[in-house]
Write a protein that binds this ligand. Sequence first.
Ligand SMILES: [Zn+2]
Length: 386
Amino acid sequence: MIDAIALLKELISIPSVNPMGQPVIPEIHLEHRVTDFLESEVRDLGVEYRRIEVLPGRDNLLAWYRAPQSDFTVLLDAHQDTVPVETMVIPPFEPRLAEGKLYGRGSCDVKSGVASMFAAFARLVAEKPKHSCNVLMAFTVDEEYTHRGSSALAGMDHGCGLGIVAEPTRMNLIVSHKGAVRWKIHAGGRACHSSTPHLGDNAIYRMARVLEALAEFACSLAGAPADEMLGAPSLSVGRITGGQSVNIVPDDCSIEIDRRLIPGETVEGAIDQVRQFLKQRLSPGDFDKIRFGEPWVRMPALRSEISRSFWDKLQKGLAGPEGHVPEIGGVPYGTDAGPLAQAGLPCVVFGPGDIAQAHTEDEWIEAVQVTDAADRYFRLLADWHR
Ligand SMILES: [Zn+2]
């Protein structure tokens, strides 16, 4: 049987940092080293698998467990990438177990999920339980930035009837989360010497007017119809750049916008709403000189429609020791379940660890949760048809 803790330690020691749009540092960035490791583990199990390139050096790895008799397939999804490590105060790739906590980048988000799902998968392969369902185990790439791995998986004809996505949910069942769209707005102008500003057209001043309108729009969103689990949608401007030098009237300025979506909203709809609002609020001269960039994050919100029969199975199968029954709820952060559910697959998010420790400077997970999660995934899938 695979020891999920030992596996997690190995995974932490193999860097698979998501470059998040920054220049690639070959030693630590991209998922291919972890994919190589997982591929050799999967090959050792002797199951059918596929390694599919999503981006250069970034492959989804898919492996299939065929149950003795089942016509139903559950997708297990866990991402291979981690967030960057620059701000960490512990060695990111040296797993350390102390007082029941396992430290290292990815220990919580979400190499713990990779390890516990893989341990359950390997046990199914070894034991072939009579009442088990089929399982497609998917290790995806680029969850932390643009969800390209899960989007590629969502576009495949995978034949699954339910998806379980690993994220640190403290073993609760998450059926709903916000989505996000991020894009730039550029304001143009005309440059000239700063001693004769009347001859130019200041792009930073123009952007100031855009920002004033956006602040008003963000306020109005807070009062927009809210989702019962997730609250209201939101908009935030997080970055601004512009101008070349203090003695030049600037001819360009750009901002980066983060818009959080609630179920029912679409990426295109949210961007168009901003465009229409600015069109109303700005003068035609200003509106004509702004330009919307292509969004680089377009993650749909999650609201999974889960049938009653699945609920009973999930709550019973994923119940823990001492009678812990997973609670059903929503979370503010996005997951791979967004793109998968948008493509029509009912999805829940369930995994070991607490999101409070994800992405932190001393990321850790309570080690006992990793083996507990492996047991729960196994029991759910082993008893699927019981
Ligand atoms: Zn994650």
